[in-house]
Ligand binder design. Structure first.
Ligand SMILES: [Zn+2]
Length: 379
């Protein structure tokens, strides 16, 4: 059924870099090396793990920003896996060397992307006739897109947003083992409830059995804290600082804006009309943990997060201490810092704001944090 493996096929030139999404991987996807062989596509996920999938089991769809990306998906039992080649060179290698049974699916992908691209070019041509300078054109487009995202997001109702959050959370739940009860989760929920008093969203709190130091929030108020973050924190106040910050990404709709920006306009417009199509969001959950916010959003989440901590009588020094502590470690291994960069500016601003918090209003959080860490470790 399959052609023989040739010497050329064994050579390293048939490797390409991709982002892989699947159980046990970083929620935002993990950079991997994929190797084209016959009869399988081999994916090396960090040195100790290899995944392989037979070519006929792969589905080829387009995804990502403006649907120009190639997404190869497969399932193993209950598990959902997908792979996105990082650039055009990687896609071309795949198209050129995939076995014949993939040709129809890849040609179909190519056709649908070309169609999208043609539509895109037509728009640019029309605009280009009006504006002579290409640089000016880029600037106008960028400026408008920032504004247009805000405009569209303002028209998405909290109900639609919550429905969307539920849909995305279902994807997280399918791919990540979660802790849904016990003293650790009780503490997270308790702190979270204090930090979100009076919010228009109803929040849901979870702990993921994931050793990465990370936490992420979905639109509409689904918040996931990794077990690794709980292990890295010395006090409940440190975790409260992260929660206070994450909650503001929900309250200020940063997560929603980020996703709308990543998915393109057709999806955004449907959302504004109150239509939540499950298909459009497939695979989005996997990108969420790696969603990187801009400097303005980070500052906003810090400032409002600190205000929420003060209002809840929680010591904000925990927030500062935790970010400082993480930054002193090897920053490249900490997901939380790559998605919420703790720059020198940011830490200085935090320090100033924390020093302004009145010490008299603080009540220590009442949890046995060592016992909570032990509980999470054992599960
Ligand atoms: Zn942030």
């Amino acid at each position: 059924m399959y052609p023989l493996v040739t010497t050329e096929m064994m050579s390293s030139s048939l490797e390409f870099t991709a982002v892989c999404f699947g159980p046990g991987l970083l929620p935002g996807g993990q950079r991997v090396t994929a190797r084209i062989t016959v009869p399988e596509l081999l994916v090396s996920v960090v040195p100790e793990r290899d995944e392989s999938v037979a070519w006929p089991q792969l589905r080829v769809t387009s995804g990502g920003f403006d649907h120009q990306q190639m997404l190869l998906s497969w399932t193993r039992g209950e598990e959902q896996w997908s792979l996105m080649p990082v650039d055009a060179a990687a896609r071309e290698l795949l198209v050129a060397h995939a076995p014949p049974e993939m040709h129809a699916a890849l040609a179909q992908w190519n056709k649908s992307v070309a169609r999208t691209r043609r539509g895109f070019h037509f728009g640019w041509a029309a605009l280009g006739a009006l504006v002579a300078s290409p640089l000016l054109l880029v600037l106008i487009f960028w400026w408008q897109s920032e504004r247009v995202v805000g405009w569209v997001v303002d028209r998405i109702s909290p109900q639609t947003e919550q429905e969307l959050g539920k849909l995305i959370f279902a994807q997280v739940e399918a791919s990540t083992p979660l802790i849904k009860d016990g003293p650790a989760l009780d503490a997270i929920r308790d702190i979270g409830t204090r930090l979100t008093a009076g919010s228009k969203y109803s929040y849901h709190w979870y702990i993921a059995k994931d050793a990465q130091v990370n936490a992420f929030a979905m639109p509409g108020g689904y918040v996931v804290v990794n077990a690794g973050l709980i292990q890295a924190a010395d006090t409940a106040e440190e975790v409260a600082g992260v929660l206070a910050h994450e909650v503001q990404h929900v309250e200020r709709r940063h997560s929603l804006k980020g996703m709308v920006q990543n998915l393109g306009w057709s999806v955004a417009v449907n959302l504004a009309l109150g239509q939540v199509g499950a298909d459009a969001w497939a695979g989005m959950a996997t990108q969420l943990g790696g969603l990187k916010f801009g400097r303005d959003y980070e500052t906003e989440a810090d400032v409002l997060g600190l205000a929420a901590l003060t209002k809840a009588h929680i010591d904000a020094h925990g927030m500062l201490r935790f970010f400082e502590k993480l930054q002193q470690q090897d920053g490249t291994t900490i997901t939380l810092l790559s998605t919420h960069p703790a720059t020198a500016d940011r830490l200085a601003a935090l320090k100033k704001a924390v020093s302004e918090q009145g010490a008299g209003s603080i009540q220590p959080l009442p949890y046995d944090w060592a016992a909570i860490k032990l509980e999470v470790k054992g599960r």
